[in-house]
Ligand binder design. Structure first.
Ligand SMILES: [Cu+2]
Length: 120
């Protein structure tokens, strides 16, 4: 009996802590189109929230660490052509991005508030 209770407690705590982690890291994108692409990429099972801020370049992501790892998330972003603070962008994918979505030195500012600096 004692063991059953102990086991149930263990089970409950595992479920409670099968955890949703919320974290933030930098993704080097430029504009609204980058934002769309980054967020679409992270629209998968195991990730319940993804928001990339065009101003701060910070990605906020909430994920279930039983389904995806933080490394996976960094890799997914790299695979579509963006560098994160951990993994540089896949160069092939990066070359396929629109010109203004590619990293520039110095970074090009979107001069329009219209959707994406690339759309003109
Ligand atoms: Cu862009």
């Amino acid at each position: 009996m004692k063991h059953t209770i102990l086991f149930s407690l263990l089970l409950i705590s595992t479920i409670l802590f099968a955890k949703n982690i919320t974290t933030q890291f930098e993704v080097r994108g430029n504009c609204e189109m980058c934002k769309e692409k980054i967020e679409e990429t992270l629209d998968i099972r195991g990730i319940s929230y993804a928001n990339w801020n065009t101003e701060t370049k910070m990605l906020t992501v909430r994920f279930n660490d039983k389904k995806v790892s933080l490394d996976d998330i960094h890799k997914m972003i790299s695979n579509v052509g963006y560098s994160t603070e951990k993994i540089p962008a896949n160069s092939k994918s990066q070359a396929q991005l629109k010109k203004c979505c590619q990293p520039k030195e110095p970074a090009k500012k979107c001069s329009t508030s219209k959707k994406g600096c690339c759309s003109k």
